[in-house]
Design a protein around this ligand. Structure first.
Ligand SMILES: Cc1ncc(COP(=O)(O)O)c(C=O)c1O
Length: 384
């Protein structure tokens, strides 16, 4: 063989009997088949074998399998981010003429998709009050095909009565999807509470270090799996095996990170409860959070993100000043990593609720709690 051909057809191979604790990063778009008869293009690789890199390499499928086991799912799909997971669920469960329900406390881009792409496709997505519980029955129509839950809600942190919503939905043959990102897929057992399809932004706790974007969609049963799979294929939701490798590493330390994050966050939340400038702390484990009793009934713990509202003696401009004065807390969106973050929502509106630019969301990281409270105290002092 010419050396050019040898470059692509080496005859020597390294030993293949290497064993290690790390999951190898398998890259690849093209999958090789043994003979023409077995050539296929099927997204169901776990059952029928590998066919194309778009549906994942062994690194992706390993992550999917570990998440499915952890969440008690039938199967899990890995997608490029939490928002891609949301899109996959919308497209799998809604079609032209469908009606869907989404809590008005849902993640902003979920609602933007409802009002944007979904509306353009003649899918009506109606917002509902997150604490509606069994009352959701009154909103279900003949053409309702999907009910979203997100618990606790984004920024305003309302804990939803998911089992009551599931009961009402299933009585009318409607599927329930849950954004289970807050609970990292583990602090709330989506499938034990009846949910049909559960997603999380792996970007947050599973990644855990603010350096990757990934999402997961977990199916309760084969029916949900078969419904999601073709849409997953048609949307071409390919992910990088390198990112999956980071997520697999993140999973190994998820338990210790969550334990410390929960403890640190509760300490900060309780510190804020006693602060004279604070009107309300929206942390699910505190009675001041809407739906706290439901959290106590259904969750096995809390995580690192929560909000608080300044008293109305503080003007919106002072809240911005408070954020700018923080030294250890960084100003940033997203959450679930090891750094503490703060951000104000100047225009956050909920039906019948105007926060006047006084609602602040914190993500607590792994810093020493005393340093964080000193940081908050000095910023509070500057505006009081
Ligand atoms: C509750 C929730 N769901 C979904 C997402 C979207 O995740 P991603 O940023 O990975 O698209 C986010 C991101 O902030 C989120 O907070």
């Amino acid at each position: 063989m010419d050396w050019r051909t040898k470059l692509l057809n080496p005859s020597l191979k390294a030993r293949q009997d290497y064993r290690s604790l790390a999951v190898p990063v398998y890259r690849g778009s093209t999958v090789l088949f043994h003979d023409q008869a077995v050539v296929t293009d099927d997204w169901r690789q776990a059952e029928y074998g590998y066919s194309y890199g778009l549906y994942g390499t062994p690194t992706t499928l390993e992550l999917a399998a570990r998440l499915a086991e952890l969440e008690g799912a039938s199967e899990t799909f890995i997608v490029p981010g939490g928002q891609a997971a949301i899109a996959l669920i919308y497209f799998a469960y809604c079609q032209a003429g469908s009606h869907a329900l989404v809590p008005h406390s849902a993640y902003g881009p979920n609602k933007a998709m409802a009002e944007g792409i979904m509306r353009g496709l003649n899918i009506e997505v109606e917002a509902y009050a997150p604490l509606i519980g069994a009352g959701i029955d009154g909103l279900i129509r003949e053409n309702t095909s999907l009910i979203w839950c997100e618990s606790p809600g984004s920024v305003t942190m309302e804990v939803q009565d998911v089992p009551a919503i599931v009961q009402a939905a299933h009585a009318r043959g409607v599927a329930v999807a849950l954004d289970n990102t807050y609970a990292a897929g583990v602090m709330f057992d989506a499938f034990a509470h009846g949910v049909d399809v559960s997603m999380q932004a792996l970007t947050k706790y599973v990644g855990g270090h603010s350096d990757l974007l990934l999402g997961s969609v977990s199916a309760r049963d084969k029916a949900a799996y078969e419904r999601l799979g073709p849409i997953y294929q048609q949307l071409g939701l390919a992910v990088s095996p390198d990112d999956c490798s980071l997520a697999l590493r993140g999973l190994q330390t998820l338990a210790v990170r969550l334990e410390v994050l929960e403890r640190n966050t509760l300490e900060i939340a309780n510190w804020l409860v006693d602060h004279p400038l604070v009107a309300q702390v929206l942390h699910p484990a505190l009675p001041s959070c809407p739906g706290h009793d439901t959290w106590a009934r259904d969750f096995s713990g809390s995580t690192s993100v929560f909000s608080f509202i300044f008293k109305d003696t503080i003007a919106a401009g002072q809240v911005v000043e408070f954020i700018n004065q923080l030294k250890i807390f960084k100003i940033g969106m997203s959450w679930g990593g090891v750094h503490s973050l703060a951000v104000v929502y100047p225009d956050l509106q909920r039906p019948n609720q105007d926060f006047g630019g006084r609602i602040v969301r914190l993500n607590i990281g792994l810093e020493k709690v005393e340093d964080l409270t000193i940081d908050l105290a000095q910023a509070m002092a500057k505006i009081s």
